[in-house]
Design a protein around this ligand. Structure first.
Ligand code: FAD
Length: 372
């Protein structure tokens, strides 16, 4: 009955990585993307950091897929000439209470299989980065940065070379389970109907609207979203640090940190601001500049004053599991919600870019187990 075997909703890094994996395994795949271009949302509004896998609870999807995805991502980029750099990163303690937390982070990382962290004295850290002031630090040798747009384009090229098709300006509006698959309503003013056997919801921030449009899906199988905006501020001039610089994280975010890109630019952020469900827009509050400056000055005391300009922002499609501090990626398949052929992805916030190739492997495995 099907027009296509598998429809992937969303042409962000995760949807495209999934489409590539499935197309290369012989699936007939169509990617539906609401926007007129690919990767216009979270996949182009992130720090472009290849995370090591330090912070996430042991055994969580974020921990497992970050560690696996990091290695896969570096190998992928090496093999395809996608620009990346293993910049390394310093996690810096600016208060005595933070110094005491550094060994706990090393332990947490080790539980995730990240065993290369190095504890540094304040003097050693400040010798590595002369602009830095801190009371102690951890060096993460495997953290890096990647040219995310180049990575995503490369994935898409490989997906299309393996036969995957991409339909832009094609929002999925509704999906009705029918015998052997789904009937989909696609498009805005002009609607098209098509059919597929398998439906993968990788719509990022839009995953909840896609889920609402699936006929017969019980809402209790859809987690509550906690959309969390993160803004960056930047300034002109030469990059003040070579390593990425992160403060000791709090329970909910990594804290305002320093990242640089492969073009010589640098910026500070993202912060964390929870949004209402209907507030998904990308404005930046310029009034936050002072708060950013105060935060960064704790570890960069000679930072020039009054130079911060709003840079960009992104929104984390966060879900909470077991209370506020436990967010994780969620794969929701037929065993969870009872609809054959439907796989939904919720909560793919950071480190989703780093993890994307490993996420695609999990989806392919779940497809093999549950789908048509
Ligand atoms: C502030 C911030 C910083 C981050 N920093 C990092 C980092 O340094 N390293 C890292 O590894 N990760 C980072 N991440 C996480 C990473 O960016 C995401 O995990 C990843 O980009 C998610 O990709 P995605 O494909 O799921 O979502 P998206 O890129 O949002 O793609 C979803 C796509 O679905 C489309 N869509 C929505 N609804 C529909 C519909 N109805 N029909 C068709 N298409 C639809 C959207 O238009 C969009 O293109 C960060 C995230 C944020 C917010």
């Amino acid at each position: 009955m099907a027009d296509v075997q598998t429809v992937v909703v969303g042409a962000g890094v995760i949807g495209i990585a999934i489409a590539r994996k499935l197309a290369r395994s012989g699936h007939d795949v169509l990617i539906l993307e609401a926007e007129e271009k690919i990767a216009q949302h979270t996949s182009s509004r992130n720090s472009q950091v290849v995370h090591a896998g330090i912070y996430y609870p042991a055994g969580s999807w974020r921990a497992k897929l970050c560690v696996a995805g990091k290695t896969m991502l570096y190998e992928y980029c090496k093999g395809r000439h996608v620009p990346f750099e293993i910049t390394q990163k310093l996690i810096v303690a600016v208060e005595d209470a933070h110094v005491a937390r550094l060994p706990l982070l090393v332990e947490k990382a080790a539980a995730n299989g990240v065993t290369d962290l190095v504890m540094l004295s304040a003097a050693d850290a400040m010798a590595l980065e002369p602009n830095l002031k801190c009371k102690g630090a951890i060096l993460s040798p495997s953290t890096g940065i990647v040219d995310a747009p180049a990575f995503i384009l490369s994935l898409l090229g490989e997906a299309e070379a393996a036969g995957a098709m991409l339909a832009l300006a094609s929002p999925l509006q509704a999906a009705r389970p029918v015998t052997g698959g789904f009937e989909l309503q696609v498009g805005d003013a002009q609607r098209t109907t098509l059919t597929c056997k398998n439906l993968i919801n990788a719509a990022g921030l839009g995953a909840w609207d896609v889920a609402k449009g699936v006929d017969g899906l019980n809402p209790r199988h859809v987690p509550r979203p906690y959309f969390a905006k993160g803004s960056w501020f930047g300034m002109a001039g030469r990059a003040p640090f070579q390593h990425l610089i992160y403060p000791v994280p709090d329970d909910e975010s990594l804290g305002v940190h320093y990242t640089r890109d492969l073009g010589g630019g640098f910026r500070f952020g993202p912060d964390l601001e929870y949004l209402g469900d209907s507030e998904l827009e990308y404005s930046i509050d310029a009034e936050k500049a002072d708060a950013f400056e105060n935060s960064v000055r704790r570890w960069w005391p000679d930072m020039p004053q009054g130079m911060f300009q709003p840079d960009s922002c992104g929104i984390r499609p966060r879900i909470m599991l077991d209370g506020k501090t436990q967010s994780d990626f969620m794969f929701s398949g037929p065993k969870d919600h009872g609809i054959d052929g439907l796989l939904q992805l919720f909560g793919f916030e950071s480190p989703g870019l780093t993890s994307s190739l490993a996420i695609a492997d999990v989806v392919a495995q779940l497809m093999g187990e549950n789908m048509r």
